[in-house]
Write a protein that binds this ligand. Structure first.
Ligand SMILES: Cc1cc2nc3c(=O)[nH]c(=O)nc-3n(C[C@H](O)[C@H](O)[C@H](O)COP(=O)(O)OP(=O)(O)OC[C@H]3O[C@@H](n4cnc5c(N)ncnc54)[C@H](O)[C@@H]3O)c2cc1C
Length: 462
């Protein structure tokens, strides 16, 4: 029997963390952080490190690591959310190059802090492998290879079909791109270890404490985070609620909560691994419009994720990761297509989580000294690394430091909001229906990208 939900497979081995106390009444601190995922915890970590005298409280509605940070695919990648080209237009090529290098370095920063803090997050820096599985996907791979000539910062290498299969024997692979700036991690071990590391630095995490409203500070009065258990007043309040942001008063249409779903096999036997290869433990993705992302886990399983039910009407979010049987079947089908050798492996666990999608599909780090309010998020599916840089950037902004991080293109942006319902729901359903149709046409032999996918790009506003 496949376990369905229970937050995620990543908690199956160690169990959910022991609950921390909830807020017990009104409180005054220097910095309050709403949300204990990677964004909130990295912000707390660097703030506490920069100024140990700061009183810092993290307010979390369930438990630290309950959100995407405890459920993701474990790709610690160097991706700039939403791509680089849009920022070139607004900020110039040189700064975007700096941004890319900063994200490359951030992969190593996460690995270093994990080592320094004694967090065993199953890190393996084997890079990421993006594989084309049909002729239309190969066209997009070639386009990416051409783009890489303009972005040597990625250090990407184009691999032939044979060289691809030598690394990972993906059935039907026609070629791939290898980007070295990526590591496989165990998401829940990272977030659990990080929560413990911030506590060691004197930060208090209040769990089972839902923030319903965040109010700006004004004329000397501090900002306030309102909860059912009391109000927390602070000179600075940072919102780090990502896919759950729509639940906060006044933020309903800021970021669309998009679902991503995953399944994991039982550990595969040595004979199966011999057929598959994958000794480098690269993270793996294809070039489908509704792409899949995979990792080989430290204990020899394959975890594969992709888009299931993309979005629920009215920005509702699921609570425990339960996943529709249809989605489990679809992901299992793709797994078998890619790795026939794993066809007999039991699917042990399925789960889902929400990510935050801004209207322009690009992440943002904002802080306003006049109100004391800041936030970071909207990483779509690429926040595992970016959250660390966001946490360091928020630290600099709160402390009033002008640094290389605070001038990056994602800082202090204004993004338009999503359309009201039912337009929002119809738009997302339509977009993914078109992407799935395009993928099916390309799987059936269409040689070039299906036009319907370009229409979907237009609808999505990417
Ligand atoms: C299935 C899946 C696979 C993914 N795979 C990858 C990947 O491989 N690589 C990658 O880079 N990215 C991936 N992502 C995205 C990545 O996980 C996220 O970008 C990242 O974890 C975001 O961290 P966060 O702290 O901003 O948000 P979250 O981890 O979602 O944390 C937000 C926290 O805020 C709390 N909260 C929300 N509202 C309130 C409130 N009102 N009051 C108090 N607390 C509140 C929540 O309970 C939660 O703990 C994936 C996401 C999913 C769902």
């Amino acid at each position: 029997m496949t376990t369905n939900g229970n937050v995620s497979f990543w908690y199956a081995e160690d169990g959910l963390p022991a609950p921390r106390p909830a807020l017990a009444g009104d409180l005054e601190v220097d910095v309050a952080i709403v949300g204990a995922g990677y964004t909130g915890l990295w912000s707390a970590y660097y703030l506490a490190k920069a100024d140990p005298s700061l009183r810092i409280a993290v307010l979390e509605s369930r438990f630290a690591g309950f959100g995407a940070s405890g459920r993701n695919g474990g790709w610690l990648a160097n991706t700039i959310t939403g791509g680089r080209d849009g920022y070139v237009k607004s900020h110039g090529r040189a700064l975007v190059g700096d941004f890319q290098r900063m994200l490359n370095d951030t992969v190593d920063e996460v690995i270093k802090v994990a080592a320094d803090e004694g967090i065993d997050a199953h890190v393996n820096k084997g890079g990421e492998l993006l594989v084309a599985r049909n002729p239309a996907q190969l066209g997009r791979l070639e386009a990416m290879a051409a783009e890489q000539l303009r972005w040597p910062e990625d250090d990407a290498v184009r691999l032939s079909a044979a060289a691809t299969r030598e690394r990972i024997n993906v059935a039907g692979a026609l070629g791939s791109m290898h980007i070295p700036h990526c590591a496989r991690i165990h998401p829940a071990k990272l977030v659990r270890g990080l929560a413990e590391a911030v506590e060691r630095r004197g930060v208090t995490i209040y769990e089972n404490t839902l923030v319903t409203e965040i109010n700006a500070g004004a004329s000397g009065a501090p900002a306030a985070a309102v909860t059912e258990r009391g109000t927390v007043r602070a000179a600075h309040i940072l919102r780090a609620t990502e896919g759950f942001t729509a639940n906060l008063a006044g933020a309903h249409r800021d970021w669309l909560p998009m679902n991503s779903s995953m399944i994991v096999t039982e550990p595969l036997d040595a004979g199966t691994w011999e057929q598959i290869g994958w000794e480098g433990c690269e993270t793996l993705e294809d070039f489908a419009h509704a792409y899949v992302y995979l990792q080989r886990t430290a204990d020899g399983r394959i975890a594969i994720g992709g888009r299931g039910v993309p979005y629920r009407f009215g920005s509702r979010t699921d609570m425990d990761g339960a996943t529709q049987p249809k989605t489990i079947k679809a992901l299992t089908g793709i797994l078998h297509e890619m790795f026939p050798a794993a066809g007999g492996a039991r699917i042990e666990h399925a789960w889902s989580g929400v990510l935050g999608v801004p209207r322009d599909w690009r992440a943002t780090v904002n802080y306003d000294p006049a109100t004391g309010l800041g936030f970071a998020g909207g990483y779509v599916g690429t926040g595992v690394t970016a959250t660390n840089l966001a946490g360091r950037t928020l630290t600099d902004l709160v402390l009033g430091r002008d640094t290389k991080a605070t001038v990056m293109p994602w800082v202090n942006r204004t993004v338009r909001r999503w359309e009201p319902e039912p337009v929002r729901w119809l738009g997302v359903q339509g977009m993914y229906a078109m992407y799935h149709r395009a993928d099916a046409q390309e799987r059936d032999g269409r040689a070039a990208t299906a036009p319907i996918a370009r229409l979907a790009d237009l609808v999505s506003g990417r």
